[in-house]
Design a protein around this ligand. Structure first.
Ligand SMILES: *Cc1c(COP(=O)(O)O)cnc(C)c1O
Length: 427
C-alpha cells in the first residue's frame, strides 16, 4: 500500500459527507481502520484508488452474485441507458422483471417495484396495516429491515416487549407499535402472539438472518410463525432482501418450503442497480394504490436502466441453476478453512452457513440469535479482518455481516482465501 489516495479522499470526504461515507458500515469504524476507496471492479476482484487489488467477499453487500461488471449485465445497462434513463411512465422492462419475480417465487402473485430495500419494507408494512386495519408489528432482535422509523427499534429492557428507538430521531410513539422477540425462540414468540395477536398487522423477519452475521432459522421456528400468523389473521412478511435469489432462485421460502403472505426483495433483484420490490398474495397487493387505498409511489420506481440490470441478472440465474451448487461448494470450502484454522490455532470460532451465505463468529458457543452472536470476540475479529485485508482479501468490516460468495470467485480465489484465513488466524 504505497499510495495514500484513499486516505486523502477519506479526509476530503469527512469534510463534506457525514463520517466520510454515504452508508455507515463503509467507514470501517468497528475495525478501527480507514476504508479503501474503490475505483473499479471486475469479476471477483475490486481495485482501490491506491492500486491495491482485493478478492471481494462483500459483493456490494450481496447484489453481485454473478461477480462485478458481468459483461451481459453491463451490456444490458448500457443499451437501456442509451434508450433513455428515465421516463416516469410505464415500460415493458417493468413488466418483464415483475414476471420473472412472480415465476421464480410462487407466493408472489403481484409485485411493486421501488428503489431500495428500505423503501420496500416500509411499503410492505404500510400495506399490512392497511390490509388488516391493525397497527402493531412484530420483529426479531438482530434482524435488519432498512432504516425507516418503525424498524429502527430495539427490544425494551427486561420483560418489556414493546420496542424502544434504536436511533436518535425516532419518536417513541412510533417505536411503541413495534414489538420485538428473540430470533429462533419459538416459545417466546408464541407468548407474544397469544397476548397481542389481535393487534398485530404483521410479523416480519429475515428467513435466514444476515444482519447479525448469518443465523439460520430453526425449521420449527419458521413453521410456528406460519401457523401462529394464520391463526391470528396476521400477515407473515419475509424480508428476502439478502436471501432472495441467493439462498435459492426461489429464495429462503423455496429453500425451507414456507409460504409467506408478503415478500420483500432488494440487492440481487437490481443486479447492482438501486431496486427494491415487495409482493405477495394478489388479494393483499390489490390494496396498493392506484388499485387500492394504500398509497405508495416513486419517481424513479421501475427505472429502465435498473430494470435492465435486474432482468439480465435474474435471467442468467434462472437459466443456469448450477450457479447455486457451484457457489455453495465454494462457500463450503471457506467454511472448512475457518474450522481448520480454528482447530489449528485453538481460536474459538463457529461458522454458520446457508448455501453461499456464511459468517465465522469468534466464539466457542453456537450462534442461534442476537444474544449468542454478540458473545463474539470483536477484537479478535478486527485482528483477523486486518490480516485478511493485508493479504488482499476484502471482507465485511464487521463481525455482524455475512460473507458473500459469487459465481465469479474461481477455485484459485477460494484457495488463496483459505490460505489467508489460515494466516490471519495465526496472528
Ligand atoms: C440491506 C437490507 C435492507 C435494506 O435495503 P437497502 O437497499 O439498503 O435500503 C433491508 N432488509 C435486509 C434484510 C437487508 O439486508
Amino acid at each position: 500500500m504505497k499510495n495514500n489516495n484513499s486516505l486523502e479522499l477519506f479526509e476530503r470526504a469527512k469534510q463534506i459527507i457525514p463520517g466520510g461515507v454515504n452508508s455507515p458500515v463503509r467507514a470501517f469504524k468497528s475495525v478501527g481502520l480507514n476504508p479503501p476507496f474503490i475505483k473499479s471492479a471486475k469479476g471477483s476482484r475490486i481495485t482501490d484508488e491506491d492500486g491495491n487489488e482485493y478478492i471481494d467477499y462483500v459483493c456490494s453487500w450481496g447484489p453481485m452474485i454473478l461477480g462485478h461488471a458481468r459483461e451481459e449485465v453491463v451490456d444490458a445497462v448500457v443499451k437501456a441507458a442509451a434508450e433513455g434513463t428515465s421516463f416516469g411512465a410505464p415500460t415493458e422492462k417493468e413488466v418483464r422483471l415483475a414476471e420473472l419475480v412472480c415465476e421464480a417465487v410462487p407466493s408472489v402473485e403481484m409485485v411493486r417495484m421501488v428503489s431500495s430495500g428500505t423503501e420496500a419494507v416500509m411499503s410492505a408494512i404500510r400495506l399490512a396495516r392497511g390490509f388488516t386495519g391493525r397497527d402493531k408489528i412484530l420483529k426479531f432482535e438482530g434482524c435488519y429491515h432498512g432504516h425507516s422509523d418503525g424498524l429502527l427499534v430495539k427490544a425494551g429492557s427486561g420483560a418489556l416487549t414493546t420496542g424502544v428507538p434504536d436511533s436518535a430521531g425516532v419518536p417513541p410513539d412510533y417505536a411503541k407499535n413495534t414489538l420485538t422477540a428473540a430470533y429462533n425462540d419459538t416459545d417466546g414468540v408464541e407468548n407474544i402472539i397469544k397476548k397481542y395477536g389481535d393487534e398485530l398487522a404483521a410479523v416480519i423477519l429475515e428467513p435466514v438472518a444476515g444482519n447479525m452475521g448469518v443465523v439460520p432459522p430453526r425449521m420449527e421456528f419458521l413453521k410456528a410463525l406460519r401457523d401462529l400468523t394464520l391463526r391470528y389473521g396476521i400477515l407473515l412478511i419475509f424480508d428476502e432482501v439478502i436471501t432472495g435469489f441467493r439462498v435459492s432462485y426461489s429464495g429462503a421460502q423455496g429453500y425451507y418450503g414456507i409460504r409467506p403472505d408478503l415478500t420483500v426483495f432488494g440487492k440481487i433483484i437490481g443486479g447492482g442497480m438501486p431496486v427494491g420490490a415487495y409482493g405477495g398474495r394478489k388479494d393483499i397487493m390489490s390494496k396498493v394504490s392506484p388499485a387500492g387505498p394504500v398509497y405508495q409511489a416513486g419517481t424513479l420506481s421501475g427505472n429502465p436502466v435498473a430494470m435492465a440490470a435486474g432482468i439480465k441478472t435474474l435471467e442468467i440465474l434462472r437459466d443456469n441453476p448450477s450457479i447455486y451448487t457451484e457457489i455453495e461448494k465454494k462457500a463450503k470450502r471457506l467454511e472448512e478453512a475457518f474450522l481448520n484454522a480454528s482447530r489449528k490455532y485453538s481460536t474459538p470460532c463457529v461458522v454458520n452457513r446457508v448455501g453461499s451465505l456464511l459468517s465465522a463468529f469468534f466464539t466457542g458457543e453456537r450462534v442461534v440469535d442476537f444474544k449468542t452472536a454478540t458473545k463474539s470476540d470483536t477484537n479478535r475479529f478486527a485482528r483477523y479482518f486486518a490480516g485478511m485485508l493485508e493479504r488482499g482479501i476484502y471482507t465485511a468490516p464487521s463481525q455482524y455481516e455475512a460473507m458473500f460468495v459469487s459465481y465469479a470467485h474461481s477455485d484459485e480465489d477460494i484457495e488463496k482465501t483459505a490460505q489467508a484465513i489460515h494466516e490471519a488466524f495465526s496472528i
